[in-house]
Design a protein around this ligand. Structure first.
Ligand code: SF4
Length: 715
């Protein structure tokens, strides 16, 4: 072939024959960036391009994950049919066979061992409609009290702290548009530059306007680089650091006395406690020099406006909820909430981390952020569902505690929707053993995930391009995710799967929905009058208005851009401050000669959660093909670990082998490993099962470990 012919062929090969466009939202983080997929038919194949679409939250931006999200949706390994395990192998079966298997096994388990022998494990990546329906499915179709979801491992500390402090948990108390008007911003344990990259321009604009940014993180990250001041506390000491900041704020008279007087309970007790503390001791515990604690406090205290953001770095601890409460103590004592440029944001990780925790997937919750233990709330939701309130189960237990109940044999059957618990939970060996004990296990997923491998039956789920529904983003803005791409093979929408199972279980009359919009209409009613009130929203409004921030209690209500302007949501209208003990997180294990290092875990930009989707995307997988261990060179030399060499990390629960990465930006006593990989590379094999007693968040961020070089790996 001549050069000229090849050139002609290549030009022809790229010629676009036809083009189709599909609207959607990114399936990954809580920015929920609006996007459009362009599908081009060229001579030999289809070509896909994803572009950002203008909207009030991401303003048309996309990060690398969003731009390549279609790669997993079109991956050859997508599940397209139900798969039943027969003699240890998955075989394709019809939906009818699959549904009958569920009916037969669920009915048998409940007949033999009681209603609560079945459990439901949900997800914060599904739509509001599906989260709502899953909660209703557990309580009405299965009549089990055991339902919880993977958001427990992500947002529960921030959610419980906000509920206890303000009486209401909306991830961000303001709209993102207000960030540039904050004069001082504290970013506590959040790496937004890698986890929610399209939010960064809001902070960059704040900086251009003269804002002073304080980062709290034991590591230097792409986010801490934008900070004017970086505090690097020892892992697990953030609550103590907050006490130090609070003490200086009070001593230096930066307290907003009028605000405290009118709108806050508990200040005096906090004041008395923190004044009794000693900054030298706080420096000793946290490792943060007094002058830096003072600098942060004075700057936050003296600026007219300010915001505090938290994320998993300070939340995923066994004292995570109290740590967040102490950071909220700082916000309240300076009166920086409920007014322009002032507020609190919990940087939600999962796509629908906000909406999925509002409508009934949590163990103790009914739709609209109602409580399953409150008689009035039970009465109201039961009336919407057309059942007797006494038929509603009471509260169950958290995600990890459900795993323990499986181990103990109390739970014998599991319905798992779009989650990968054997990778995402702590103490991962134990979790796997528990799942293997189930008598019947149904997993709904896009792929045969590490957990789905253990299922008796896998049902194929629809992707973000195919599944229409609402999501509630990082701001508390409810958005309509358009999705019109046809489902591949025999894939069904998650809500259809739930309705069909309910039908074979004889509960069709409660689940006779024919579209996501119909489910949303019922959700609106069920949430009406609750804290998270969606009643005033419709698909038409969401489309027209580019999303609405809740609460939106009436069709003529414009949504709530800023909460707590005049009162908080506790019955007396006041916020609640609380004394937070000046002790670091007390993990069962302490640093010792045997385990001399702290292990902390987190994310990298190119992956999402347990990596089931992003590891299928060649463009994303290529950026980080394997996990790594970030270690300070001085520490590495002490343990004879070369840069880029294989290293074994061990805790009392297990070991993994990963590649080392020297970094001068991490503390000498701490190593960091990302958590997006599974099987022998799953770092959660090492993490302890200890839970925060308030919110049941596992203490992912602090484990004690030892490291050693793997010398003979290739010999
Ligand atoms: Fe936007 Fe988050 Fe998706 Fe990136 S991962 S495109 S920031 S939604």
């Amino acid at each position: 072939m001549t050069e000229a012919f090849l050139k002609y062929f290549r030009t022809k090969e790229q010629e676009v024959k036809s083009e189709k466009k599909y609207e959607s939202q990114c399936p990954y983080c809580s920015m929920q960036c609006k996007m459009q997929l362009i599908e081009q038919s060229i001579v030999t194949r289809k070509k896909y391009i994803t572009i950002g679409k203008e909207n009030p939250t991401s303003e048309g931006r996309l990060c690398i994950k969003g731009m390549n999200a279609h790669q997993h949706a079109f991956h050859k390994d997508r599940l397209k049919y139900p798969l039943l395990k027969v003699n240890g192998e998955f075989v394709r079966v019809s939906w009818e066979t699959a549904l009958n298997k569920i009916k037969e096994n669920f009915t048998k388990i409940q007949a033999e061992s009681g209603l609560n022998a079945l459990a439901v494990y949900g997800s914060a990546s599904i739509t509001n409609e599906e989260a709502y329906l899953l909660g209703k499915f557990a309580r009405v179709a299965l009549k089990t009290k055991y339902i919880d979801y993977n958001g427990r491992l992500c947002m529960s500390a921030a959610a419980s702290a906000a509920s206890q402090t303000f009486g209401l948990d909306r991830g961000f108390t303001n709209s993102l548009a207000e960030i540039p008007s904050a004069r001082c911003i504290i970013l506590a344990g959040t790496n937004i530059a890698e986890c929610q990259p399209t939010i960064m321009p809001y902070f960059e604009r704040a900086k251009e306007n003269g804002a002073y940014i304080i980062a709290i993180d034991p590591r230097e990250t792409a986010t801490t680089k934008i900070a004017d001041l970086h505090l690097k506390p020892k892992p697990g000491t953030d609550a103590v650091l907050a006490n130090g900041i609070l003490k200086v704020i009070i001593e230096e008279n930066y307290v907003d006395k009028d605000f405290i007087q009118e709108r806050v309970n508990g200040f005096e007790e906090v004041r008395e406690y923190v004044l009794s503390l000693n900054l030298e001791e706080i420096e000793e515990i946290t490792g943060v020099p007094i002058e830096l604690i003072r600098k942060a406090a004075v700057r936050f205290g003296k600026e007219e406006t300010g915001m505090i953001f938290t994320a998993r770095g300070v939340e995923q601890h066994t004292n995570g909820s109290m740590t967040v409460r102490n950071l909220l103590n700082i916000l309240l004592s300076t009166g920086k909430i409920g007014k322009p440029g002032c507020g609190y944001g919990a940087i939600t990780g999962q796509g629908n981390g906000q909406g999925a925790r509002e409508h009934g997937q949590k163990a103790d919750q009914l739709p609209g952020y109602r409580s399953i233990e409150n008689e009035e709330h039970r009465e109201y939701v039961a009336s919407v569902w057309g059942i007797n309130k006494d038929d509603l189960p009471h509260k169950g237990v958290s995600a990890y505690e459900m795993i323990e109940k499986i181990h103990e044999g109390e739970i014998q059957g599991l319905f798992l929707m779009c989650s990968n618990p054997i990778v995402s939970n702590p103490n991962a060996h134990f979790v796997k053993e528990a799942i293997k004990k189930l008598k019947f296990f149904v997993a709904v997923d896009l792929f045969v995930s590490e957990t789905a491998r253990l299922a008796d039956l896998i049902l194929p789920a629809s992707s973000y391009l195919e599944d229409e529904g609402t999501m509630t983003n990082i701001e508390g803005r409810v958005t309509l995710r358009e999705a019109s791409y046809p489902c591949p093979g025999e894939v069904k929408h998650d809500w259809q799967i739930i309705c069909e199972i309910a039908r074979v279980l004889g509960k069709e009359k409660y689940f006779s929905f024919s579209s996501a919009e119909e489910i949303f209409s019922e959700l609106r009613m069920a949430s009406r009058g609750g804290n998270a009130d969606y009643f005033g929203m419709t698909y038409e409004r969401l489309r027209k208005e580019g999303g609405i921030l809740w609460p939106c209690p009436a069709p003529d209500h414009g949504g709530t851009k800023r909460v707590f302007e005049t009162s908080f949501a506790h019955s007396d209208g006041k916020a609640a401050m609380v004394v937070v003990p000046n002790i670091p997180e007390v993990p069962k294990e302490q640093l010792s000669e045997e385990f001399p290092l702290y292990l902390t875990t987190g994310r990298v930009m190119s992956h999402y959660l347990t990596g089931v989707q992003t590891r299928k995307s060649p463009a994303l997988a290529a950026r980080n093909v394997e996990p790594f261990m970030e270690i300070h060179p001085a520490t590495a030399l002490k343990f004879q670990i070369q840069d880029q060499s294989l290293v074994k990390i061990e805790s009392r629960r297990g070991s993994v082998v990963v590649r080392s990465k020297w970094s001068e930006t991490i503390r000498h006593d701490t190593i960091f490993v990302p958590f997006h990989w599974a099987d022998s590379q799953n770092i959660n094999l090492l993490v302890s099962k200890e839970l925060d007693p308030v919110c049941k968040m596992p203490g992912f961020k602090v484990s004690v470990v030892k490291v050693s070089p793997v010398k003979d790996f290739l010999n």
